[in-house]
Design a protein around this ligand. Sequence first.
Ligand code: NAD
Length: 501
Amino acid sequence: MSQALRKTVPLYIDGEWVESQSDQWIAVTDPATQEVISQVPCASDAEMERAIASAAAAFGSWKEVAVPERARLMLRYQHLLKEHHDELAEILSRETGKTFEDARGDVWRGIEVVEHACNIASLSMGETVENVARSIDCYSYTQPLGVCAGITPFNFPAMIPLWMFPLAIACGNTFILKPSEQDPLTPTRLVELFEQAGAPKGVLQVVHGTKQQVDTLLTHPQIKAISFVGSVAVGEHIYRTGTDNLKRVQCMVGAKNHMVVMPDANKQQVINNLIGAGFGAAGQRCMAISVAVLVGEAQAWVEDLKAAAAAIRPGAWDDPQAAYGPQINPQARDRILSFIEKGKQEGARCVLDGSHCSVEGYPDGNWVGPTIFADVKPEMEIYRNEIFGPVLCVAGVDSLDEALALINGNPMGNGTSLFTACGAAARKFQHQVQVGQVGINVPVPVPLPFFSFTGWRGSFFGDQHAYGKQAVRFYTETKTVTSRWFDEDIPGGPNMTIQLK
Ligand code: NAD
């Protein structure tokens, strides 16, 4: 067992790892066994206040650190993360249940954002125009905001914290991270490595807890920006409360992602991609495909899909045969099982039922087997809700236009994909679909960090998105300078009008 699986999770305040004095603690459990592997505190008001005060104090000096020096911190951090890749993945597997290879992917996707943050000098460049009027130049800088905060979900405990604090800090801000209380050990290790990379005291703080601690961040006058990833319901609360308190807020929230399959697509490729995108990570991905929209003759492929899904099974994180792990907790599993029941009641055809799933040697795990519903209609609960489990809904339509109308009528707009051999269909789909991340023969089109993660409509509240250039805009103010230097005596008196030249 990794040493990082500690009995209690510390807070990280003012450059020190401290045991919380809180009287409220939450158990962190292994989702495959229910074994309590750690306890995480709900930080007290005084601890929250100390973390925020330390981040505010550190901002004064951190914002003056030269940009190449900030970039070098990110370079050292990237190196350390790669060196500890497997160790991080093991911690992540133990607390989320993800298979080891999937956990490695979670860490890797975060490392790529740190690599992007190494480019902070060119990313944060402003603009210049000479001679905007006679002898007058105009130029802009980006400057950091101050103390920023991030609140992260359980499902990517490495990648999503790394979407946030490296870029915010590279921009010159200080940062307070509030990780998910369900898997706080991975973020703890990430932050230890950041400290080891040479992060100055106070630049990054870690607090733990739930609503009360988040509300402190949302309302505290020292916090300038809030980045949130999680469910729609919590995201709505965060967006409303944060903006009511005049903060800059970005919320990346829930999803219902459709994959459209044209009959000219390669059947085997479609099946392979749907299985990975629908059931990978036990369906606990905001970019998972949860609806397959089979067009025309492709509707006959349901039986092939069923056969392929029936051949995979969940298992423990270190089982190389396991396709995916358990659900994060028993409540999440029970919620998924109730949706499976609901789907049967509301008349969808349950082609493959994973609700009675067991894994040998792990009688207490939160297992759900791969589940497929066919003949799913838009009014059904299983279509209208994000199930966040290994449950694939299949809907049949007659044309690409019908598929587009279905997707564009869904309130969510995180990701979607089209499988086809036809360029014209692909062009039409990518142009007309009202979704922020589109895959053409790519089932889970998560953009790499030099682009941004651009969910639309009900999947995102805010303006600037995560990572890419947009995150740099989110974490900075633009200052525009209009400048003139006199090198001759200007004749005449005061100028009382707007100068046109
Ligand atoms: P969640 O909303 O339950 O929790 C997210 C964070 O909010 C956690 O840190 C939690 O402690 C905190 N929180 C919980 N209740 C709160 C409350 N009442 N007030 C304030 N804070 C609260 O989400 P989750 O179950 O951890 O994650 C799964 C969800 O995240 C799914 O809906 C998924 O689609 C979404 N997600 C979205 C993206 C994206 O980029 N769009 C990425 C990953 C996950």
